[in-house]
Design a protein around this ligand. Sequence first.
Ligand code: ZN
Length: 194
Amino acid sequence: MLTIIQYPHPTLRRVAKPLRRVDAELQRIVREMFDRMYSVKGIGLAATQVDLPYRLFVANPESDPSNPELEFVFINPVLSKPKGQTEAEEGCLSLPGLYGDVNRPEKITIEAYNLTGQPVTLELGGLMARIVQHENDHLDGVLFIDRLTPTGQVSAREALSDFEAIFEGQRRRGEIPSDAEIAARWDELERQRC
Ligand code: ZN
């Protein structure tokens, strides 16, 4: 069962690797990512957030499992043609309870593969443009807290040290593997699929 990891887990800083192919196992992983995302009312979830170092994310702008037409899967995504600039509040399933304003291009083009291995190109605006930029950042090890304004960073500081203290506690109790064990697991997972 996949678990959503929280800041400052090292996998959230891993630059994810492209996937070699779409197969039944990957389809199972994607289904489970949607289920995990819906269970916490999320609208986007990147593979790195479930501790998998793969260039893959899922989205559903309404977080509505009864509407599969709104389920998007982006494998090996590439973003291009940013247009405009807009500020909006963001949160993240790996930093629950923390929110802050982030400036991003208003429109973006995404090229990726879908779950049947077909290439797709979408020109996006509004919420979907924001979701794919936030999730694509995850695949580069970038979190929305890195993009906060200086004032936003100051307001987030206390919450971030709370997350860090919780993580250190989990490490001390052996609930989170060491950095070396995590890195060995990345290597193994990448050997299998990247
Ligand atoms: Zn996030």
